[in-house]
Write a protein that binds this ligand. Structure first.
Ligand code: SAH
Ligand code: MG
Length: 215
């Protein structure tokens, strides 16, 4: 129960989605058994549609984990599309590399090991699609580093922005998550009022925000 959608809505939407194939299915099972917070299936579906419409050529992801979302992105983009993904846990980097090496996408996905806040300033290329899915308390800092790397008319997609519904209601906030919730609220306020950008919040999965850079 995520407190974002009624359970019956979420269950219904998931029930009509096609089963994932091959290694994606295996990674979903692994993530469920080992509590790795990969994107929910309906979020993966949104990501796929967006990428097919938008056809980015250079994607940046913060938060690789086991490589699931990177593989979803690779499978929904053209052969020329490169994906750079940043992860701070070495065990995750190793596992993701292993998962990706087994696929036809291995040439297109590059994993950078380290803290996103340290790696972002060292990148000197532009990205046209950025997927933010790392430490939620740092989204605003990540966003400000990311927009320096974002092409005109680029998109930033941020995952988990409603954080189990806590962001939308004080009644749901548990004490040790107070700071993260406060920061996520500040983040959503910020991206929704930033000049030159258009944002929306979509209540699926754990909450997704999309931000479009006008120019
Ligand atoms: N995008 C993945 C899930 C990522 S889970 C998927 O949907 O398949 C979030 C990951 O972000 C975790 O593996 C965590 O180690 C990593 N992370 C958190 N904060 C980070 C930071 N500051 N820099 C780099 N990685 C970070
Ligand atoms: Mg996430």
């Amino acid at each position: 129960m995520t407190h974002i959608n009624e359970e019956y809505i979420e269950e219904y939407i998931r029930s009509i989605l096609p089963e994932s194939l091959g290694c994606l299915k295996e990674l979903e099972l692994y993530a469920e058994e080992n509590h790795v917070p990969i994107i929910e299936k309906e979020v993966a579906q949104l990501l796929k549609v967006l990428l097919k419409v938008y056809r980015p050529k250079n994607i940046l992801e913060l938060g690789t984990a086991i490589g699931y979302s990177a593989l979803v992105m690779a499978s929904s983009t053209d052969e020329e599309c490169k994906i750079t993904t940043v992860e701070r846990r070495l065990d995750m980097v190793d596992m993701a590399n292993k998962n990706i090496d087994d696929t036809e996408y291995k040439e297109r996905i590059k994993i950078l090991y380290g803290e996103a806040e340290e790696i972002l300033p060292t990148l000197d290329e532009k990205f046209d699609f950025i997927f933010l899915d790392a430490a939620k308390g740092q989204y605003l800092e990540f966003f400000n580093s990311c927009i320096k790397l974002l092409d005109n008319k680029g998109i930033i997609m941020s995952d988990n922005v409603l954080f189990k519904g806590m962001v939308a209601s004080d009644k749901l906030v548990i004490r040790r998550k107070k700071t993260i919730v406060k920061r996520l609220r500040e983040y959503l306020e910020y991206i929704n009022h930033l000049e030159g950008y258009t944002s929306c919040v979509i209540p699926i999965g754990d909450g997704v925000a999309l931000t479009y850079r006008e120019e």
